[in-house]
Write a new protein. Structure first.
Length: 201
């Protein structure tokens, strides 16, 4: 076989491999994004007025405004041509659905939530979560920008498969324990991540 034919076979093999790889990334990422999880009932309590008043401080320390915007009016989580686009509006949900989103990382329709650090938030107390929800209910009605569907490029889908776009409840079901929310006057990182979780066996 001539050199030209060998090159043709080689390039043909590379093209087939590339098509197979792209197809796998797309199909596997679609499987992840369309998966449904069963939501566990959440235990909520009646928050005190003091707890609700302190909830905005907790929300800021937990990094809620970074993704959901000031006043929880919605915000861009990321918008990068090479990766895709994702925003995080707060929609009308029941208390149980909000609590499940916070602590279980599951949306109202059972889909996993991307980038929601529920692996850490799962150990927030019933009182803390109830106070956050109570505070959210006290916010003035607003009209968030229209929610746009999640859009991921091939690179974004690869990042999803590689764990660079963590999803809940699968990626962080590691039994992580969240350090207690500090009292007033104490400091803590604003944006939650694994570095300030203390893991216990």
């Amino acid at each position: 076989m001539s050199r030209g034919k060998w090159l043709g076979v080689a390039f043909g093999g590379l093209a087939i491999t590339a098509v197979v790889a792209v197809t796998f990334v797309y199909l596997r990422s679609e499987q992840i994004l369309s998966a449904r999880s069963e939501v566990r009932p959440e235990r909520l309590v009646r928050p005190t007025a003091a707890a609700i008043a302190d909830a905005p401080r907790q929300a800021r320390l937990l990094g809620c405004f970074s993704c959901h915007g000031e006043g929880l009016r919605g915000n861009e989580v990321f918008d990068a041509p090479s990766i895709g686009e994702m925003n995080a509006p707060i929609k009308q949900r029941s208390d149980q659905q909000i609590a499940a989103a916070i602590r279980q990382g599951i949306s109202a329709d059972g889909r996993p939530l991307l980038v929601m650090p529920s692996g850490l938030f799962s150990c927030l107390s019933d009182e803390d979560v109830s106070a956050l929800i109570g505070w959210m209910r006290s916010l003035p009605a607003n009209h968030p920008p229209p929610s746009r569907p999640l859009r991921l490029t091939l690179l974004g889908r690869w990042m999803l498969l590689n764990g660079d776009l963590p999803r809940q409840p699968d990626d962080e079901g590691h039994g992580g324990r969240l350090n207690p929310i500090p009292e007033r006057g104490q400091s803590r990182r604003t944006r939650p991540d694994r570095r300030y979780a203390s893991f216990k066996a």
